[in-house]
Ligand binder design. Sequence first.
Ligand code: SF4
Ligand code: FE
Length: 483
Amino acid sequence: MTLMTGKEYIESIRKKHMQVYMFGKKIESPVDDPVLRPSLNSVRMTYDLAQQPEYEELMTVTSALTGEKINRFTHIHQSTEDLMNKVKMQRLLGQKTAACFQRCVGMDASNAVFSTTYDVDQKYGTKYHENFVKFLERVQKGDLTVDGAMTDPKGDRSQPPHKQADPDLYLHVVERRADGIVVRGAKAHQTGFINSHEVIVMPTIAMGEEDKDYAVSFCCPTDAEGIFMIVGRQSCDTRKMENAPMDTGNPEFGGTEALVVFDNVFIPNEQLFLNGEYDFAGVMVERFAGYHRQSYGGCKVGVGDVLIGAAALAAEYNGCAKATHIKDKIIEMQHLNETLYGCGIACSALGTRTASGNYLIDLLLANVCKQNVTRFPYEIVRLAEDIAGGLVVTAPSEKDMRDPKLGKYIDKYLCGVSGVSTEDRLKVLRLIENLCLGTAAVGYRTESMHGAGSPQAQRIMIARQGNLEMKKELAKAIAHIDQ
Ligand code: SF4
Ligand code: FE
């Protein structure tokens, strides 16, 4: 089997024995939980679309490892075309889910670890690349979903890992055995961990010799002994438990994040990708971050497409679609959104081949892409709220709308243009609320700020990659300055 159906995927996750906690309780069947299910549905779409002939070219690709047809989410990029197709695929998924579909993290981690393990082996004679390739073959053959876990809790941000008051604030090796290592720590903001079969763990910052035990990377099943997750709250999350799908704004899809604790987890040697080679921690981080910053030029654009469409519909339903200022605001939203896409495509088009053979994005442009993502979705959200009007946050609940006494008043007083039902008008406003302020705001708004690294992380990379010295020389040459 190289391609699972969406249904098979769901059943495969159902079989896992993940330790998931939420609202102070252990969730016995996360797959069936109304709060968590929409996030599983988003990942399911990465399987469903791969089965549809019209998306085959974007969603599937021939594996360079096995020669078989695989889902692009498990692929090692072989060309700049692959890099561009990745971004296009992410835009498509954003359009189809209006949520974070989670599976990109493992794809980005895989491509970063693929090239980094190759480089580590070249320098130290280790066998990490072989370990990784074996893992990836299994992932591709099983069409597995893989999470990528990078972000440590970090405690006191002014101190490196080994100087933290609590040594577990960065995930680290606590025991070395002949057959493997034992690790302890946690990874925060874990997108999609709960819907993944496996996880690739990576360090979160560049490290020095004293942080050796923290320079660790490996894969393991998400239900390995000692792993448990505490699901993060989202604004309006309990609306999903109310049996009033309209009030959620996006009844089918969503995203989820969790704090994942690794409480003395044993990792066999064959699953190690880095174990003390601290000089490569920064390289791995930089590459993963680069790929994930490219990703945002796809996924956020797709979700932006839905929000722009929703704003345009709201304007139509309100009867103001022809107003010049509304038209102009929608043009502005599109301009901002396509600028993000332009950055995602550009850093892909200028990608280069690594020593290991896969393709890496242009790091400067990928960081510029993500830096823009920390800003533009906020402006797109502002414009959407402007166009939609205040009802986005004052509309009554679905239950009141269905109430035999109240429903007719809601229908009468909250209508828009004739020919459009009040219900449809409210549905589109709820979708806007969901994207701007509700559960999807995690994935569209705040994640645009902090996901794949907070804005300052990109500015550091822009400073490093921007080649200012060369630019000074250009100025000197033009001004005829000899010094
Ligand atoms: Fe994929 Fe975007 Fe979610 Fe990251 S934030 S996992 S790139 S959908
Ligand atoms: Fe993300």
